[in-house]
Design a protein around this ligand. Structure first.
Ligand code: APR
Length: 167
């Protein structure tokens, strides 16, 4: 059974155990997918985020999903692209690993990722996609309890990249 799927659209519509949010270190919301998830989840999400005391780049924290169809939100903080010699690739890989480890640790089976760091944080999209696919593929091979990982692509460029890499 194919465990890794591609969905072209808005992550706030996905009915999965957890959607991953591309947050910032404050966890207090922002634009892009962060803004969309907070708008759809409602103000209780921010209220819970306020209790988490932020999140370091490359790690992740979990909250409830509130008004989202998803049960939980896993907030992860991707690296800002600074040219590629500041550990950006490893930090991005860590976002995927941490998020999946949190999902497994909470008994979750289905998870959807946005294209972390490829918007405001300017991580090159092709390189980010390769990192994401490598990390997720390796993790699901080692963790059969994860039943489905959805790569949720929103912009056309990411869709073309993931479609090509996954076909
Ligand atoms: N559903 C799925 N993906 C989305 C959505 C959505 N509703 N809205 C935007 N995206 C996509 C963008 O097209 C991009 O491919 O999410 C990807 C990540 O882009 P950003 O949201 O800009 O996230 P990132 O690059 O990680 O920057 C994070 O932006 O919003 C702030 O608070 C956030 O400071 C943090 C920074």
């Amino acid at each position: 059974m194919k465990k890794i799927e591609l969905y072209h659209g808005d992550i706030t519509r996905l009915e999965v155990d957890a959607v991953v949010n591309a947050a910032n270190t404050t966890l207090l919301g922002g634009g892009g997918v962060d803004g969309a998830i907070h708008r759809a989840a409602g103000p209780q999400l921010l209220a819970e985020c306020r209790t988490l005391n932020g999140c370091a780049t490359g790690s992740a924290k979990i909250t409830k999903g509130y008004n989202l169809p998803a049960r939980f939100v896993i907030h992860t903080v991707g690296p800002v692209w600074k040219g590629g010699n500041h550990g950006e690739a490893e930090k991005l890989a860590s976002c995927y690993r941490w998020s999946l480890q949190l999902a497994v640790g909470n008994g979750l089976k289905t998870i959807a990722f946005p294209n972390i760091s490829t918007g405001v944080y300017h991580f090159p999209k092709e390189q980010a996609a390769r990192i994401a696919l490598d990390e997720v593929t390796r993790f699901v091979e080692q963790h059969p309890e994860i039943e489905k990982v959805i790569f949720c692509v929103f912009d056309e460029e990411n869709y073309q990249i993931y479609h090509h890499l996954m076909s």
